[in-house]
Design a protein around this ligand. Structure first.
Ligand SMILES: [Zn+2]
Length: 337
């Protein structure tokens, strides 16, 4: 049996899966993304490599890879990282959440350490590929995947293939002179439709004295409010919380309308930590799209939930590895570089 390792290295957590060529996840593990500190000295690349070594040395992983009757063959490692990727050289150019990764030659380091081919890609792109491979995008050749968590990421499947380039949908400007964005610009979609945006928006209203159930939670410390807390108070009927999710839907809808107009999509798939609140924003997304997108282009576009809520990026990274490395899927070892 041929299997691949998929890693999704995020700002907070790292997920690792082992998947077969059909996309079945044989085992998975989540761990905190290591960071270099006095308690955790060393180089960031060694710490990441150690995370994978620990996973492979785990008895349950070993039992899966090697049984008395057969030994599975690991054909390579697919890695998704938040940030701009230099695919040619297998480096992270810049990672907004993990600055220690900037310039890090991840592909070379992992290939040397594990003597396996490595494919490096942006994490939202591996997520989009995962949806195409085994998820909600299986039947579409042209779709955008939006992943809404702390920030807002995006990936594009075009003519059936992953578009292997930066798709910084979160930094599409939708409000002139709007809110400041972490990228240095103003009015980016991410500043209006993300977990961070939700928290900033409610804290700003509460500081101005808005009435809300949120004022009483978190012991009066507004800075302890999380998107989950806002979601829960919205379900309790809190009008500020409900309004904030409605606004998220409105701005997201403007962004989605722009994407439909430019890319002639069959579907827009929305995933990430915020989709638990789907019912609180999706109607507004659809309303904005029907109001703003070019009708002949938007009439048949499906706006749907991601099917890969768990392990999405890591499964997609494993899938991309199979596609690039396994000759049986039409790839070649050379194409991985
Ligand atoms: Zn921005």
């Amino acid at each position: 049996m041929r299997i691949a390792i998929g890693m999704d290295i995020g700002g907070t957590n790292t997920k690792i899966v082992i998947a077969d060529k059909k996309g079945t996840v044989l085992c998975s593990k989540q761990m905190p993304t290591p960071s270099v500190s006095a308690k955790n000295p060393g180089e960031i690349d060694s710490l990441l490599i150690n995370s994978l070594k620990d996973f492979l040395a785990d008895d349950s992983t070993k039992a899966l890879i090697s049984t008395p009757s057969k030994t599975a063959e690991i054909i390579g490692i697919g890695i998704g990282v938040a940030g701009l990727i230099d695919r040619k050289n297998g480096k992270v150019i810049e990672s907004p959440n993990i600055s220690a990764f900037n310039g890090l030659p991840i592909k070379e380091k992992f290939e040397k350490e594990f003597s396996l081919p490595v494919v490096l890609e942006n994490d939202a792109n591996t997520y989009a590929y995962g949806e195409k491979w085994i998820g909600a995008g299986k039947d579409f050749d042209n779709f955008v995947l939006l992943t809404i968590g702390t920030g807002l990421g995006g990936g594009l499947i075009y003519n059936g293939e992953l578009y292997e380039g930066p798709v910084e949908i979160g930094h599409m400007v939708i409000v002139p002179s709007g809110r400041y964005c972490t990228c240095g610009s103003y009015g980016c979609l991410e500043s209006y439709a993300s977990g961070r945006a939700i928290v900033d928006r409610v804290v700003s209203s509460l500081e101005k004295g808005a009435e809300s159930l949120l004022a009483k939670c978190c012991e009066g410390n507004f800075y302890k409010i999380t998107p989950q807390v806002v979601y829960e108070t919205a379900l309790e009927g809190d009008s500020l919380s409900r309004e904030v999710f409605r606004e998220v839907g409105q701005f997201l809808g403007i962004g989605v309308a722009n994407l439909i107009n430019i890319l002639n999509l069959e579907a827009v798939i929305i995933g990430g930590g915020l989709i638990g609140a789907w019912d609180l924003f999706i109607e507004e997304v659809k309303k904005e799209v029907s109001k703003r997108a070019f009708k002949p282009l938007s009439a048949n576009v499906k706006i749907i939930k991601s099917a890969l809520t768990k392990d999405a990026g890591s499964v997609g990274a494993a899938g991309l590895l199979f596609k690039k490395i396994d000759p049986a899927r039409g790839g070649s070892r050379q194409s991985a570089s």
